[in-house]
Write a new protein. Structure first.
Length: 313
């Protein structure tokens, strides 16, 4: 795996090309176009595809891990629907990490047939299309399908009967909800923000929706106070001590989630070993993206390190 030491080594690279060269040294397969240039997204997707294949081959029941794949299905169907409605080709946006092939997802809005998707997303997709046609607001597609995706993730985690998987999905829901609430509070969005928050909050987390709605009305101090009385006390403390920017809040949320994943770091057997491995690879890819974007922007290695997410190893 590309752990903390290797990520910091990448942060010290002089250019994106040097980042690619070091990835090659680490055994990452660099996918190139006909001119020999590295195809960044395909290369990074390749890391995740290899990780997923390792999980599938090692797992006695691969379907237990489908909840980790559903966000990629959600991305695919959202992209397919939006591009179909706009008359744009979405082929290069498709991920092959979902349970439904990207090529199949592309045809769903064309055929108006979403049955192959996980149950909640299959139900939500045509309703999202209808809602968009009434409102002309692409945001409704994201809201409806994101909620459906997490409903499917929860259902899969419950069916797999693994407490770690269920806790991770619930934490993801909570962290997304908290970040939405915090963003609207800091924007001082008022009554309109309250309506937006009510529409956007996702069901299924540990934090009750009415608690977050009440905290929104009380402002950032009230939100952090509620978090302090929840399993997210450490996140509340970190947010209080942060610089108050959206970027730092998102990093703290990402780091908190990885700390939850790291609780099984020394577990020898069980379903959580494989899911933690895949999450570790997802975070590695996220960090590589951060580094490459920062290198193109000419940022110093010290600044890049401040933006890098916590690694599993």
């Amino acid at each position: 795996m590309i752990g903390r030491d290797r990520i910091e080594h990448l942060a010290d690279a002089a250019s994106p090309d040097e980042v690619y060269a070091r990835l090659d040294e680490y055994g990452v397969t660099l996918i190139r176009d006909e001119r020999g240039s590295v195809m960044e997204e395909r290369t990074l997707q390749g890391i995740l595809k290899n990780a997923l294949q390792n999980v599938i081959e090692a797992a006695p029941e691969p379907a237990v891990y489908d909840f980790m794949r559903y966000p990629y299905d959600c991305h695919n169907i959202k992209s397919a629907i939006k591009c179909h409605l706009r008359g744009v080709d979405a082929g290069n946006m498709m991920s092959e990490l979902g349970v439904v092939a990207g090529t199949e997802a592309l045809q769903m809005p064309v055929m108006d047939d979403y049955a192959a998707l996980p149950a909640a997303m299959a139900k939500a997709a045509p309703l999202a299309v209808q809602a968009y046609k009434k409102t002309a607001n692409p945001r409704v597609i994201d809201l409806m399908l994101d909620k459906a995706c997490f409903a499917d993730m929860l259902a899969c985690a419950k069916a797999g009967a693994d407490e770690f998987h269920l806790s991770i999905v619930r934490a993801q829901i909570d962290l997304i909800n908290v970040m939405i609430c915090l963003r609207l509070v800091r924007m001082e969005a008022g009554e309109q923000g309250e309506m937006l928050l009510e529409q956007a909050l996702i069901d299924g987390g540990v934090l009750a929706k009415d608690v977050l709605m009440r905290a929104y009305k009380g402002g950032e101090d009230a939100l952090l106070a509620e978090l302090g009385r929840s399993p997210y006390e450490k996140l509340a403390e970190a947010l209080r001590e942060s610089d108050g920017t959206a970027a730092s809040a998102e990093k703290l949320a990402d780091d908190y989630r990885m700390e939850l994943v790291r609780t099984v770091k020394y577990t020898t057997f069980g379903a959580s070993v494989l899911s933690a491995y895949f999450y570790a690879q997802e975070y590695a890819v996220k960090n590589i993206r951060i580094i490459l974007a920062a290198k193109r922007a000419g940022l110093a290695a010290e600044i890049i390190r401040e933006r890098i997410r916590t690694s599993y190893v």
